[in-house]
Design a protein. Structure first.
Length: 242
């Protein structure tokens, strides 16, 4: 009830189902200032003054790209005939700026987040078109994310995607963590076949959440399950910042 931390958000598909819903999202997350709105009542919860429904957060150890994957139930997308190319063009220019900063000596972890998952093995499908757009933007800018986070499917899933990029072989974790408020959606068992790309490393059906601890050398991603009795660690993976 008295959570002082900032909640920085990207819209889900239901937030974009109507003009009124996306306007409400913008009212509370893209406000002109950080204040406790009347609707909060006795609960301390501040609005956020994000610049829009997609954004780049620059923090001491990490840069986070938050993308709006739009209002379709399946799949997600960041460009197309109806919505145009504005978000993708913004992504390309933003990544070029981050690439230039990295070239000048600022190496931070780079995380991507979208509501719809690029890969999924249950509940909701993956979004190949969205990932192709993101890959194209990354290739234009010459920079790849160190990890990718999404939701939509109400489970926890983790994939490792191998990408040869910039003379390096990257193992990029793609994490689906969409069971913080709605769990129990069926998900296929993990299949760690090393011949696949990505490799489906982990799957969990239930309620839970995921954290990311970031230093100047690595990202440590830990997922937790929640049941009636306790919170327990499900799995942890660590990604070096090459």
């Amino acid at each position: 009830m008295h959570y002082p931390g900032k909640i920085i958000a990207i819209p889900g598909n239901h937030d974009g189902e109507s003009d009124a819903k996306i306007a409400d999202f913008q009212k509370y997350f893209c406000a002109s200032s950080q204040t406790v709105p009347p609707i909060a009542g006795s609960i301390f919860r501040e609005t956020m003054n994000q610049p829009g429904v997609y954004w780049c957060l620059d923090a001491p150890f990490v840069q986070i790209i938050g993308l709006y994957s739009n209002s379709a139930e399946n799949p997600g997308f960041i460009s197309g005939p109806q919505i145009g190319q504005v978000q993708k063009q913004w992504l390309v220019q933003t990544l070029k700026t981050l690439k230039a900063a990295r070239g000048a000596g600022t190496r931070k972890a780079l995380l991507f987040a979208s509501h719809h998952p690029p890969y999924s093995s249950g509940g909701h499908s993956g979004s190949a078109q969205m990932l192709a757009d993101i890959d194209d933007a990354c290739n234009q800018a010459g920079i790849m994310p160190d990890a990718y986070f999404s939701g939509h499917a109400h489970s926890i899933q983790r994939y490792t995607r191998t990408v040869k990029f910039g003379g390096k072989t990257l193992g990029i974790p793609f994490v689906v963590s969409g069971c913080g408020g709605h769990g129990g959606q069926t998900v296929a068992p993990a299949n760690k076949n090393s011949g696949n790309n990505p490799v489906y490393e982990f799957g969990y059906m239930g309620w839970g959440y995921t954290t990311a601890k970031i230093t100047n050398t690595a990202i440590t991603i830990t997922s937790y399950g929640v049941d009636a009795n306790a919170t327990h660690e499900l799995e942890t993976t660590s990604v070096p910042l090459l």
